[in-house]
Ligand binder design. Structure first.
Ligand SMILES: [Zn+2]
Length: 461
């Protein structure tokens, strides 16, 4: 690493010297406007959004619902659009020819969220279930930990329990994603993160009603950790001055929303007043049309959380790295819940809007990069009538008009090894197009999921 950096510094000196020469010759325009690439000035703000379980068809379904046609989402306008292969260390790889010749191919060898999030967070492939550890159970540094070393702010935001696999892989290290209590403790008590937001509130049910007695404390690090957190006494030294920086704890929707404007506390942990998910787990007909079952009141949307999180993170003049997860898209896929998939997709895309708005108002696309992707596909979503006996095997999703559930079918209740989409915009986003490893006959150019983590490391330097 050190040699690499030395070389990089030397290259920079050389470029600088060349720049001076070219400037003298009055031809400096090309150098001055050179696109931001790894090795150049660090990118100030890095925003990674992950739709858990969100494949290409999932976003098509949301576009058909919102706009009556495919390709009309905010992300469809992004300059960088790629596929991502997602298999884990023990996976079978991804063969595009097989994937589109054999209907069953992508059902085998799928990653789980822990290994996939580890790939995105650290740039290495690992075994399913591992949280930021390599296949030999050695902890691997995450992009958020690297950002903290460099004095940036960091955060994770999710619609599910904050100790769930995806956010966990950015701030904790554990050979088992199911060790929620230990993972939550590591995130809250030993990480240097500045924002942690999600669900897992022990005192609220899945419908957002307060319990008479507390439920499970494991998602928030156990009873003692919870008591300290809610008393404003939990949290280690986040800024390296030798003094503890306890979390400011918030839980009401109003408190999440209030965080979006004005001055904020230094470190904020927000646990919404609901058990496992913001909306997916609410009662009512789970097969109902989108938004037919009233949403749970009193909990924020992902966009509410994002606005608050960004307002906390941007207190740091050095910039920040944040991971924002639409965590319940996966659950809708597992349950083959088309209506709720649309709801979760809409919530995620509104959060994308909130990020874009923040960049336009408080930053710019020359210092900030936004990368939106998924960890894997869930539910093998396709059009009605697809299947190994069909001709063609994959039928398109069918629009039924704006605000109407599209024609869509699920062909699995598990994760698949399908490619997932990636959209990127802003500083150095184009660098991802230089990491293409193959061309899929349907999805086009694709990269490996580890390239996302590797690029973020390079952008941080
Ligand atoms: Zn899943």
């Amino acid at each position: 690493m050190r040699t690499q950096r030395l070389i990089r510094v030397n290259v920079r000196c050389l470029l600088l010297a060349m720049g001076v020469l070219v400037a003298v010759a009055g031809l400096d325009t090309r150098l001055a406007s050179a696109p931001a690439e790894p090795g150049g000035k660090p990118v100030k703000n890095i925003i990674l959004m992950i739709g858990d379980g969100c494949g290409f068809p999932h976003l098509e379904a949301v576009s058909l619902y919102l706009h009556g046609e495919k390709g009309r989402l905010n992300v469809d306008q992004f300059p960088v659009k790629l596929g991502v292969r997602t298999y884990s260390f023990t996976g079978q790889g991804y063969d595009p020819a097989q994937a589109w010749a054999n209907f069953e191919y992508v059902k085998k060898g799928a990653t789980d969220s822990a290994a996939a999030a580890t790939a995105l967070a650290t740039g290495i492939k690992t075994r399913n279930g591992y949280i930021a550890m390599d296949p030999d159970k050695v902890p691997v540094k995450t992009v958020l930990e690297r950002a903290e070393e460099l004095g940036r702010s960091t955060g994770v935001v999710t619609t599910v329990q904050f100790s769930h696999a995806t956010p966990a892989a950015f701030l904790a290290h554990n050979p088992s994603r199911n060790e929620y209590e230990a993972i939550a403790q590591e995130m809250l008590l030993r990480s240097k993160a500045d924002v942690i937001m999600g669900c897992g509130h022990p005192w609220y049910r899945s419908d957002g009603q307060r319990r008479e007695a507390p439920g499970d404390y494991k998602y928030v690090g156990g009873e003692a950790t919870w008591a300290a957190l809610t008393a404003g006494k939990a949290g280690g030294d986040a800024d390296g001055d030798g003094v503890d920086d306890p979390w400011t704890f918030i839980e009401t929707r109003d408190a999440f929303r209030a965080l979006a404007t004005g001055d904020t506390p230094k470190r904020v942990c927000g646990v919404a007043q609901v058990s496992s998910t913001l909306q997916l787990g609410r009662p009512g007909d789970r097969k109902a049309a989108p938004f037919e079952v009233p949403l749970t009141e009193g909990v924020p949307t992902l966009a509410d959380m994002v606005r608050g999180a960004l307002n906390v993170l941007d207190n740091d003049p050095d910039g920040f790295v944040v991971m924002i997860e639409g965590g319940s898209i996966d659950g809708a896929g597992h349950g083959n819940l088309s209506g709720r998939l649309i709801e979760e997709g809409v919530d995620f895309l509104r959060a994308v809007d909130a990020v874009v708005e923040w960049v336009n108002r408080h930053s710019n696309w020359d210092e900030t990069v936004l990368i939106i992707t998924a960890d894997h596909e869930t539910g093998y979503l396709s059009g009605p009538g697809s299947g190994p006996e069909s001709q063609p095997m994959w039928k398109p999703l069918v629009g039924n008009g704006v605000n109407k559930l599209p024609g869509m079918e699920w062909y699995s209740t598990s994760h698949t090894n399908s490619l997932v989409p990636l959209y990127a915009r802003g500083r150095a986003a184009e660098a991802l197009t230089k990491r293409v490893v193959g061309k899929d006959p349907v999805r086009g150019d694709y990269i490996d999921n580890t390239e996302v983590g590797k690029l973020i490391f390079e952008l941080l330097q």
